[in-house]
Design a protein around this ligand. Structure first.
Ligand code: UN1
Length: 511
């Protein structure tokens, strides 16, 4: 699998900031993007400086004044065309995602498909930015909700979904009448640059003001806390680790700005004695090793009924063995598991394996780094299966790598308790053919996560649902359902056409 990066407008050295179709002559320090596939240099980016940021901010502020008065369905039409532009470059962009981030090409394509899907979703939503109409308690009064554009939205994305997360946020923001400033992960700047190049022509032919879709590549030392603290940004959306989210939220919270936080997960699959084990195993393996365990929705814990524990463990280890020769270059067709994103990720993986064993965990499979010809960089690992207990420190933490912990349970109540007994609350599921168990898992006494599924895995959510979770996951929702509301400011309007003054609550105040 190979595409020429120049087809995506990527050269050896690339500018690191743009306002839509215009690029700034950035001359900050240089970010070199190395592929996790073999460690070689893909290309470089000259980062933005604070002056570039100020330039972008000024353009964004001006653009907002124009964009907010473009009718929402017309903004939707631009988003529709952005979806078409992405569709036309799906293979090339999917390839770059795989090359720069290390996920397999098939998943790279899936990620671009998520962007296309959210474009289509947003087009429809652009005609549905509805508020409610309420009946007033006063005669000849009318009362209703309106949603207005909120302003500038800062979008901070992480390396693991280097393009789709921008899609979920930017497309909703765009139809809402907002303008965006995208700060991509410095691990995947080329994906962001490629996306901006793909959409530029659409912006030009539709006369979208410069400053609606901004992107800025900069180190956190240049654009970090100051970005969160900037009062000109109405809403900051962060997809990333809980550590980063907590820091950003504290800074934004101090100025009473708004945030959408989609942070770490510690996602469990409950496997009941009533589960269809064939189906369960299929989903668990994809959830645990897909994207090399680097989705925030990756399956990290299996909470297994004691009566099927040994069977599940055996079958899981056999499944891991059977795919162990499918680890390798993510751009090759037969590969199922690519590398981790970088050496730090590999160190974290090995550290977690060591630590959990010190706590009493038993390694049932894998847990090593891989070397040799088939693994041209030091980031390839053998996914791990570890028998553990839920309260172990390592089990309570999200290690962004393919480690799955096996935990036993006796009753459904205990399984739900274990599912919830971690700091994070993103995704969860139960495999069972038993209706009562399924309903208990979904009830108010069930899973406390933002996503709770029955008979499908923790990862691979569709864009049509609201995406996000509770507790240390941050509470924000991106993508589908009514997540669009977070990108708009809400207003309650009451209109009096009675010709008289009438006070609410029946108060008289005559003079
Ligand atoms: C993420 O890992 O940040 O549900 C997002 C999923 C994908 C999105 C993952 N649709 O796994």
């Amino acid at each position: 699998m190979k595409f020429e990066l120049k087809n995506l407008g990527i050269g050896p050295i690339n500018l690191g900031a743009c306002t839509g179709s215009e690029w700034l002559e950035t001359n900050g320090d240089v970010t070199s993007s190395y592929t996790p596939v073999d460690g070689s240099l893909i290309a470089q980016v000259t980062n933005a400086t604070l002056d570039d940021y100020e330039h972008i901010m000024a353009r964004a502020q001006e653009a907002f004044l124009k964009w907010r008065i473009v009718p929402a369905p017309k903004r939707g039409e631009v988003v529709r065309q952005i979806g078409e532009a992405l569709r036309a470059k799906k293979e090339e962009l999917g390839y770059l995602v795989a090359l720069e981030m290390g996920k397999i090409y098939e998943e790279g394509l899936g990620e671009v498909q998520e962007m296309i899907d959210i474009c289509e979703f947003s087009v429809g939503q652009s005609r549905l930015l509805n508020g409610a109409t309420m009946h007033s308690e006063r005669p000849f009064h009318r009362m209703y909700d309106q949603y207005h554009p909120i302003g500038i939205v800062g979008i901070i994305t992480s390396f693991n979904f280097p393009v789709a997360v921008w899609g979920w946020n930017a497309m909703l923001a765009a139809i809402a009448g907002d303008v965006v400033i995208w700060k991509p992960s410095s691990k995947t700047p080329l994906c962001a640059i490629a996306v901006q190049k793909i959409i530029a022509e659409t912006l030009r032919i539709n006369n979208v003001p410069e400053g609606v879709f901004n992107m800025i590549v900069a180190k956190s030392s240049v654009l970090g806390d100051n970005f969160a603290a900037d009062r000109r940004i109405s809403l900051v959306s962060v997809t990333g680790s809980t550590i980063v989210g907590r820091r950003v939220a504290a800074i934004v919270g101090k100025r009473l700005g708004k945030t959408i936080l989609e942070l770490g997960g510690n996602n469990a699959v409950v496997i009941s004695k009533h589960a269809d084990l064939d189906m369960t195993l299929q989903s668990v393996v994809f959830g645990a090793v897909g994207t090399c365990g680097q989705r925030c929705t990756s399956t990290r814990r299996l909470i297994i009924h004691e009566s099927v524990y040994d069977t599940v463990k055996e079958r899981l280890v056999a499944a891991y063995e059977s795919i162990s020769d499918r680890i390798g270059n993510p751009l090759e067709k037969d590969t199922l598991i690519g590398p981790l994103v970088d050496e730090t990720a590999t160190k974290n993986f090995l550290h977690a394996i060591d630590e959990v064993q010190k706590e009493g965990g038993k390694l049932a499979f894998g847990g090593t780094s891989l070397n040799g010809e088939k693994y041209p960089a030091g980031n390839y690992v053998m996914p791990a299966v570890v028998e553990a207990e839920n309260h172990f420190n390592m089990v309570q933490e999200e290690t962004f790598a393919p480690i799955v912990y096996l935990i036993k349970y006796k009753t459904i109540e205990e399984a739900i308790h274990l599912n919830n007994d971690v700091p994070q609350g993103l995704s969860s599921c139960i495999f069972t053919e038993n209706l009562v168990e399924a309903e208990k898992f979904l009830s108010e006494t069930g899973s406390d996560c933002g996503i709770a599924n029955v008979n499908l895995g923790t990862s691979g959510a569709e864009i049509g649902g609201a995406f996000g979770g509770e507790k240390d996951t941050g509470g924000g929702r991106e993508s589908g359902s009514d997540a669009w509301k977070a990108y708009m400011r809400r207003q309650t309007n009451t209109i009096n056409f009675s010709g008289q003054t009438a006070l609410a609550q029946g108060i008289t105040f005559d003079f």
